[in-house]
Design a protein around this ligand. Structure first.
Ligand code: SF4
Length: 438
């Protein structure tokens, strides 16, 4: 870990909101995990599935049937795909094919309804060197096959101020899909957000983040990223096109350091699952080459962009986010300005309020000036820092958060406070570290 300037070392006891021991958390269940799968179908799109079918002498439209079964009907076993003849199912199984969707192996429920999942992935792959070059991180030895995903019924306010446009749930691309096989079930949420991980651990080393303590374990594949979403939608009986579900790629990892797999997952989620990119937000710590690539993506598959800013100037940002030494705030903003935004789309600046470090009135005023200078249609999401064991920051006082928010609004900045969700189960922002695993 980097040394922290004196202004950031004021210690405060972590409030009693955190459980004293991991065993105090509510564990809903622990299902059997997915065994290693050498030939997963999950992660292949319709055309790749059609190609696999053609290889064994089947018509290409069988690939579309497979896609429907895997991504829309959430079928997890080949033997259960009744749209395929039994002889074909048996042949696929005999050749070693499995659906291989990541499986929820543990679920923890917060008092506020948030659920945090440990999801077992089935295709261990070593993490390649990030395209951007070596980054400062420390590898720790931990079980490499689970990742964390969070379900937040009613969301956390992070999408406040977004305008998704037309459609049955406000979304032009979210038309109802053919998944009427599911029973309608009573649900006690009107909208929800799924927080998705893109890597196991993270190399970026933000000083306020528990995930950083893991170091980077490995990149997730496209199937493992999209599989988190399909597994959670299935668990919650959420129906694409009927239910209003947003995705935020803000879980474990830096999506733009796993760019190809991240965007391949987005394409799966858009083209195969039927979700709209306008209901997805990807958050980056400011990986400039990734932002520049993202700017080239077509609008029909490009999620909304959020920049994890967390400081009003380079000095403070470098202290809390050492990645700022590699790409300064100005370089990040230059890259963001290349992204062609859709009508009414705003760039989000995520801003974690650290008590006494980034939550002062002068920080709010400097942040407002910074956001205005970008000239971007933008909004600021404020996040009161969520405590984690061994991290030496303090939570901001609620009145300080309110005052910071008010100052931004007085300066004419669209600003929103994200509600902390699932703090008691270590599911809130920056807390994902598989804290209660095992
Ligand atoms: S805040 Fe995000 S980018 Fe930073 S260390 Fe944590 S997971 Fe990585």
């Amino acid at each position: 870990m980097e040394s922290v300037p004196p202004c950031q070392t004021r210690k405060k006891a972590i409030p009693e909101i955190m459980p004293a021991r991991a065993t105090d958390l509510v564990s809903l269940d622990a299902a059997a995990g997915t065994p290693g799968c050498s030939r997963p179908l999950f992660g292949l799109d319709s055309s790749a599935l059609s190609a696999r079918m053609a290889e064994i002498g089947e018509p290409a439209w069988r690939g579309k049937q497979l896609s429907e079964a895997i991504y829309n009907q959430s079928i997890a076993e080949i033997s259960a795909i009744t749209t395929l003849p039994k002889s074909l199912r048996d042949r696929l199984a005999a050749k070693g094919w499995q659906i291989g969707r990541p499986a929820i192996v543990q679920a923890f429920q917060s008092v506020d309804g948030t659920e945090r999942y440990l999801i077992q992935c089935s295709s261990p792959t070593p993490a390649p060197e990030p395209a951007a070059g070596p980054l400062p991180f420390e590898l720790l030895t931990v079980e490499p096959l689970t990742v964390e995903t969070v379900w937040m019924p009613e969301g956390d306010g992070g999408d406040a101020g977004d305008d998704p446009g037309r459609g049955p749930d406000g979304d032009p691309n979210n038309e109802p899909r053919n998944n009427e096989h599911r029973n309608d079930v009573a649900k006690d949420w009107r909208r929800a957000t799924i927080c998705v991980s893109s890597q196991v651990g993270c190399a970026v080393n933000c000083q306020f983040c528990l995930t950083a303590r893991l170091g980077l374990q490995r990149n997730l594949t496209a199937g493992e990223i999209a599989g988190q979403v399909v597994a959670v939608l299935d668990r919650q009986r959420a129906r694409v096109g009927r239910d209003r579900v947003n995705l935020v790629f803000m879980g474990m990892g830096e999506p733009f350091l796993n760019y190809d797999n991240f965007m391949a997952a987005v394409r799966l989620l858009v083209h195969e699952v039927g979700l709209s990119p306008q209901r997805m937000t990807v958050s980056t710590s400011g990986i400039v080459p990734g932002i520049e690539r993202f700017a080239q993506e077509p609008a029909d598959i490009r999620p909304r962009l959020a920049i994890s800013l967390n400081a009003p100037n380079d000095e403070i940002r470098t202290a809390v986010m050492p990645i700022n030494r590699k790409w300064s705030i100005a370089q990040v903003i230059d890259a963001v300005q290349q992204v062609p935004l859709r009508p009414r789309e705003r760039v989000t600046f995520e801003y974690v309020l650290l008590g006494g470090v980034t939550d002062r009135p002068q920080d709010a005023r400097e942040l407002a000036r910074l956001v205005r200078r970008t000239g971007l249609p933008a909004k600021v999401n404020l996040i009161a820092w969520n405590p984690g064991p061994g991290i030496d920051y303090s939570m901001p006082q609620p009145a300080t958060v309110e005052a910071f928010h008010q100052l931004l609004m007085d300066e004419g900045i669209h600003a929103f406070i994200r509600q902390p969700r699932g703090r008691d189960i270590f599911a809130a922002c920056g807390q994902l570290k598989r804290t209660v695993e095992g």
